[in-house]
Design a binder for this molecule. Structure first.
Ligand SMILES: *[C@@H]1O[C@H](CO)[C@@H](O)[C@H](O)[C@H]1NC(C)=O
Length: 324
């Protein structure tokens, strides 16, 4: 992990059970829902569900929200206020029918769930949705908050097919790095780069040693090149849980991971053409060894930049696979 610190923050669920182990973790801060109600702003629109993507604009004056078949531009100082009319972006009826005919559920799965929403440049955002199990992406004009339906792009590799699957993506210098499941069945996990013209499209290999049934939760850019005299390359980090290959003891199946690639990676010349040659991964271990508890499921990650890249701090929320 170089000089980068990984701080582990544990989310402990099942307090009663832990108390039974004579172990009583106390949350650092508790805010009761009722106490906050007067000061709490809420936002929801009738008939719109799954408000799953939240993105603050670079200038922090707009909070973009991606939900099921709908996108919103809200005032971050009062999220109950819409700054622009919402964008409705449903999957068309014929796509929904195809989705149902392939055995998916028309009440839960065959919709366009927005799973990616980030700034692309000063004038546009880029967004992707599951589009009834046929992922699609599009650009949103930031000033009037509109989508150009004619500019629809294939979302394969940029967005999962299945809205229930973990996914993460990051736009860095107009290139999209994404970690997702690359096919309808969800059997091809990949970390890839596309969208831009600067570099080749890049992929990870479909090998369990690279990614093994991963559940992606987050990604981060660490700009090692800034201020570097040695010409260090920027790194992209991906955080996920996956099925452990190296552990054959049957009580422990999932492990938390961090993987990273170099931004300047151009792939190999003979082997690994258009595949990452810098891909590395490591296990993230969060445990209470004296109590034989391992928190192997990574659920969320937050990256706090430091004064320079070495001071970057990653906060993770971990969950035990069983019981506590
Ligand atoms: C969408 O939200 C509903 C509850 O409103 C939940 O049951 C469902 O699992 C969510 N679906 C996804 C794909 O997040």
């Amino acid at each position: 992990m170089g000089g980068t610190r990984v701080l582990l923050l544990m989310l402990l669920v099942g307090w009663e059970r832990s108390a039974a182990l004579n172990w009583n973790p106390v949350p650092r801060k508790t805010v009761r829902y009722q106490d906050g109600q007067d000061s709490m702003a809420r936002f929801s629109v009738q008939g719109v569900f799954n408000y799953s993507m939240l993105t603050l604009s670079d200038h922090e004056r707009v909070l973009y929200v991606g939900a099921r078949e709908t996108l919103f531009a809200l005032d971050p100082n009062d999220i109950s206020r819409q700054l622009r009319p919402q964008i409705d972006w449903p999957a068309p009826q014929d796509k929904k029918r195809e989705c149902v005919s392939k055995g998916k559920n028309n009440q839960t799965e065959c919709f366009n769930y927005i799973r990616f929403l980030q700034s692309y440049n000063h004038t546009h955002l880029y967004t992707c949705g599951t589009y009834a199990f046929q992922p699609k992406c599009n650009y949103i004009k930031a000033d009037d908050f509109t989508l150009n339906p004619a500019a629809l792009e294939d979302g394969k590799g940029k967005c999962p097919y299945d809205p229930a699957k973990g996914h993460t993506g990051l736009i860095v210098d107009k290139e999209l790095y994404s970690a997702t499941l690359n096919n309808f069945l969800g059997t091809e996990p990949v970390i890839l780069r596309n969208l831009g013209q600067q570099h080749y499209s890049m992929k990870s290999e479909y090998l369990p040693a690279w990614l093994n049934e991963p559940d992606f939760v987050g990604s981060a850019l660490v700009r090692e090149s800034s201020g570097s005299k040695d010409g260090d390359d920027d790194k992209i980090y991906f955080f996920f849980s996956e099925r452990a290959l190296e552990l054959d003891c049957d009580t422990e199946l999932t492990v938390a991971r961090v993987a990273r690639v170099c931004k300047g990676d151009l792939g190999g010349t003979r082997t690994l053409q258009k595949k990452w040659t810098t891909f590395q991964k490591a296990r993230l271990e969060c445990s209470l060894p004296e109590r034989h508890v391992s928190f192997n499921n990574l659920r969320a990650v937050f990256t706090l930049p430091g004064p320079d890249w070495r001071g970057t701090t990653f906060y993770g929320i971990f969950h035990a696979q069983w019981s506590v």
